[in-house]
Design a protein around this ligand. Structure first.
Ligand code: PNS
Length: 164
């Protein structure tokens, strides 16, 4: 049986921590789909098209990594795609409580789907999309913490904001 995993998230923007987890997942599972949540309520900094473009660019040479979007319940997306595993990254103990709740709720909703937690490389354990946005908007360096395309886009967005 081939293993098909889904790595869901907001990815606003994708960080090198996300990239690290996806790369680890691609080694562990036959296929992994990065599923970006379409959330009309939030005001994302990166549009859905940008997030799709960036992640597809980063994994352009990795045949078993796909990037997609989803709406509604995550387990329903997995059922529709016939995927068996949800991958989530765990950075620190502080992530654990909400991740534990989410995993158990997903298990209740769809008992045949398993959540697998993966740890990123140590140097990424403190990175989050929220911190990247905050540090960059205040003039801090984020080099090496996000894909180059994210850095470029952040620069463009900050310049556009200054001009308005
Ligand atoms: O990157 P994030 O914001 O931590 O990702 C959270 C995400 C997208 C995995 C979570 O909000 C989610 O699965 N949303 C879809 C709706 C759903 O299925 N909710 C019940 C999960 S317990």
């Amino acid at each position: 049986m081939s293993t098909f995993a889904v790595y869901p998230g907001s990815f606003d923007p994708p960080t090198n921590g996300h990239v690290d987890i996806i790369s680890r997942g691609a080694r562990l599972f036959d296929r992994i789909t990065v599923a970006i949540l379409v959330n009309a309520e939030k005001q994302p900094l990166f549009s859905m098209d940008e997030r799709l473009e960036i992640l597809r660019h980063v994994f352009r040479d990795q045949a078993n990594v796909e990037v997609d979007t989803f709406d509604g319940l995550l387990v329903e997306y997995l059922e529709r795609r016939r995927a068996q595993v949800i991958v989530r990254g765990l950075r620190a103990v502080s992530d654990f409580e909400s991740e534990f709740q989410m995993a158990l709720m997903n298990q209740r909703l769809s008992p045949q789907i398993e959540t697998v937690f993966m740890m990123p490389a140590e140097q990424y354990t403190y990175i989050s999309s929220r911190l990247i946005k905050e540090v960059f908007s205040l003039g801090g360096r984020v080099q090496g913490l996000v894909p180059e395309l994210v850095e470029e886009r952040l620069r463009t967005k900050v310049m556009a904001k200054r001009e308005t």
